[in-house]
Design a protein. Structure first.
Length: 124
């Protein structure tokens, strides 16, 4: 399984999960079977509000799941439409969230609970 994480900066599996998918500077992608770790810079960082293109952001890299600190409903729906489950981070780091995911302890996000962790309210 390939799991993507929105991160502030690349520190491998020690990277801290970023608060918002669309404005995340980078994504760490972990292959949980082979334990390979790949970092991708956000190729859609400067998109218009509400116009996030998740495939462009991930530079075309395929993931099975995405773990984020927060995400807008539009990006969430686009990820779901291509078969990617999105989970809210339950811990600060990639490594800790991988443990939680393997134990089925992360909440899958839906449109009803998107926009998590936005400071000052959700702007979506």
């Amino acid at each position: 399984m390939k799991v993507g994480f929105a991160v502030l900066k690349d520190e491998g599996i020690g990277s801290r999960v970023y608060d918002h998918f669309g404005s995340s500077p980078a994504f760490v992608i972990v292959d949980t079977e082979g334990k390979e770790v790949l970092t991708v810079n956000n190729r859609d960082l400067h998109h218009a509000h509400g116009a996030c293109n998740p495939i462009m952001a991930l530079d075309g890299k395929r993931v099975d799941a995405m773990i984020v600190g927060g995400i807008g409903a539009g990006a969430l729906m686009k990820l779901n439409a291509i078969g990617i489950k999105v989970y809210g981070a339950g811990a600060p780091t990639v490594e800790e969230n991988l443990v939680l995911l393997s134990g089925n302890k992360l909440q899958e996000l839906s449109v009803n609970n998107s926009c998590r962790a936005h400071q000052g309210g959700c702007g979506h």
